[in-house]
Design a protein around this ligand. Structure first.
Ligand code: C2O
Ligand code: CU
Ligand code: CU
Length: 458
C-alpha cells in the first residue's frame, strides 16, 4: 500500500524464479525475483516511490495509465542508470481502476518486461472503497497478470526481439499467471472479482470459461463502466485491463481459458502468404484444440463471499466529459516503411514506424495544448495493433467505421486497432521536450522496433 509515507522502494534486481516444479529461470523483478508488488494508491493522496536500479542496464519506471506529468511518467527519456535511483511523488487524482507499471527504455522494453520488470498498480477511491464490489485483495478481489512464456528444454526463458519475432511479436507457448505455470486459486462462495491484465509482449487473449458461463465486465483499462456488461467472452490485447465479476454461488468451480488468437493480418497482400504461413497459432503443453488453460478455480464452500448480488449500476464510473473536439490528428501504424520490414524478414531488427517515421528520441512528433479535446484517428497498414497513449485516458468513438458504445468500453488507454479506430482524447498533464509523452504500439517488439512517437503538452 503506497500512501503518504516514504519508504516504498522498488528495487530492480536479477533473480531466479520458480515458475513451477522443475522450472526455475533467470528473471528480473522489482524487489522480488519476478514481477513486482501490487502498488495500491488512493485518489487524493501522494504516492511516494523510489525506483532503484541494481541491474547492469538502464531501466525506467513507467506508470502505465496514470495521469502524471511527463517528467514523472517514466518514458524512455527518464532513464535510471545502473546503480542509480529515482524518487517520485505522484499526486493521484483520477478514478479508481486497475493499472500497471513497467520498465520502458527504448529498444529494450520488450526484453525487460518479458523477464519480469512489471507489476500491477491499483487506484482506489471513496466509491470503490464502499464495499459494494468485492474488494478483499487476494481473497475475492484477485489480480491476474497474464503472460505467455517460452522455456528452453533446460528451463531458461527464451526470448527474441529480432527477425520474425519482431515482425509478428514474440509469443510463448506457456501461459503464466502472476508468475506461475499451471495456476489455481481457491475463492469464496459468491461473487468474485478478477482484475485481468494482459502483460504479455504481444499475445492477444479471448478469455472465457470452459463451461461457457456468463460473467460481467465491470471495468476496462482506466476505471469502472457505468453498469456491469454481461459477457461470455472478453478480448484483451497487450496492456489492456478488465475487471470482471464471476458468480460462484452454486459452489462449482471452473476454468478460465483463452482462445489461441493468431496474429491478425489485414486481408490482402501479405495475409496468407509470406508472413501468414509463419504466423500460425501456438501449440504447447497449455493448448488443447486451440484453447489455452489460464486458471483453475476451486470454490471453498465453507467460506461465504462478502458480496453475493450483482450491483445494477457501478458507483464511481467515470463518464466522459471531454466536450467538443477542436482538432483531428491521424496516425498510421506502419509495418511497411521503405526497406524497414525487409530487415526483419532477413533476421535483423526491422524498422517500423508511425506516419512513415521510425521513433527518434531526439524528435518531437506532435505538440499539443493542455486541456484541448481532439479526435485521433488511428489506422494500420498490415496487421492489427494495440495503440497506447501516455498521460491520459481516452474514449473510443468508433472502430472500423462503426460507433462504439461508451458503456461497453469505458475509459481506456490502449485500443485495439484493426483497420481504423477513432478516439476522443484530452491531456490535462504537461509534458516537455525533455520528458515528452509517448504513443505507441504495445506489442513490445513493435515498440522497440520504432512503432512509437512522442509529443509535448503545454
Ligand atoms: Cu505500458 Cu508506453 O507503455
Ligand atoms: Cu504507458
Ligand atoms: Cu504493433
Amino acid at each position: 500500500d503506497v500512501g503518504d509515507e516514504a519508504g516504498n522502494r522498488l528495487e530492480a534486481i536479477p533473480g531466479t524464479h520458480r515458475f513451477t516444479e522443475g522450472i526455475a529461470a533467470r528473471t528480473l523483478g522489482w524487489s522480488q525475483d519476478y514481477l513486482g508488488p501490487t502498488l495500491r494508491m488512493r485518489r487524493g493522496r501522494t504516492a511516494r516511490l523510489t525506483a532503484q536500479n541494481h541491474l547492469d542496464s538502464a531501466i525506467t519506471a513507467h506508470w502505465h495509465g496514470l495521469h502524471v506529468p511527463g517528467r514523472q511518467d517514466g518514458g524512455p527519456q527518464s532513464l535510471i542508470a545502473p546503480g542509480q535511483k529515482l524518487e517520485q511523488a505522484l499526486d493521484i487524482d483520477q478514478p479508481a481502476g486497475t493499472f500497471w507499471y513497467h520498465s520502458h527504455p527504448h529498444g529494450r522494453t520488450g526484453d525487460q518486461v518479458y523477464r519480469g520488470l512489471a507489476g500491477m498498480l491499483l487506484i482506489e477511491d471513496d466509491d470503490t472503497a464502499s464495499g459494494a464490489l468485492p474488494s478483499d485483495y487476494g481473497v475475492d478481489d484477485i489480480p491476474l497478470i497474464v503472460q505467455d512464456k517460452a522455456f528452453t528444454r533446460r528451463g531458461a526463458l527464451e526470448y527474441d526481439d529480432g527477425g520474425m519475432a519482431a515482425m509478428q511479436g514474440f509469443r510463448g507457448d506457456r501461459i503464466v499467471v502472476n508468475g506461475a505455470l499451471d495456476p489455481a486459486v481457491r475463492v469464496p462462495q459468491g461473487l468474485v472479482r478478477f482484475r485481468l491484465l494482459n502483460a504479455s509482449n504481444s499475445r492477444v487473449y479471448v478469455f472465457s470459461f470452459d463451461d461457457d458461463r456468463r460473467f460481467h465486465q465491470i471495468a476496462s483499462d482506466a476505471g469502472l463502466l457505468p453498469a456491469p456488461v454481461p459477457r461470455k467472452q472478453l478480448q484483451l490485447a497487450p496492456a489492456e485491463r478488465a475487471e470482471i465479476l464471476v458468480d460462484f454461488s452454486d459452489g462449482a468451480g471452473g476454468r478460465l481459458v483463452s482462445q489461441d488468437v493468431p496474429v491478425q493480418m489485414m486481408g490482402g497482400m501479405m495475409g496468407g502468404g509470406m508472413m501468414g504461413g509463419m504466423m500460425g497459432g501456438g501449440s504447447g503443453p497449455d493448448t488443447r484444440n486451440g484453447v489455452f488453460r489460464v486458471l483453475d478455480i476451486e470454490v471453498d464452500r465453507s467460506r461465504p463471499a462478502a458480496v453475493t448480488t450483482l450491483p445494477r449500476e457501478l458507483r464511481g464510473a467515470h463518464l466522459p466529459t471531454y466536450g467538443e473536439p477542436v482538432r483531428r490528428r491521424r496516425f498510421q501504424l506502419n509495418m511497411m516503411m521503405g526497406m524497414g520490414m525487409m530487415r526483419g524478414m532477413f533476421g535483423g531488427r526491422p524498422k517500423l514506424g508511425i506516419n512513415g517515421q521510425s521513433y527518434d528520441m531526439g524528435r518531437i512528433d506532435q505538440q499539443l495544448r493542455l486541456g484541448e479535446t481532439e479526435i485521433w484517428e488511428i489506422t494500420a497498414d498490415m496487421m492489427s495493433h494495440p495503440f497506447h497513449v501516455h498521460g491520459t485516458s481516452f474514449q473510443v468513438l468508433s472502430r472500423n467505421g462503426r460507433p462504439v458504445e461508451f458503456g461497453e468500453t469505458g475509459m481506456k488507454d490502449v485500443v485495439w486497432v484493426e483497420n481504423s479506430t477513432e478516439i476522443l482524447v484530452r491531456f490535462d498533464q504537461p509534458a516537455s521536450v525533455e520528458a515528452p509523452f509517448m504513443y505507441h504500439c504495445h506489442i513490445l517488439e513493435h515498440e522497440d522496433s520504432g512503432m512509437m512517437g512522442q509529443f509535448t503538452v503545454s
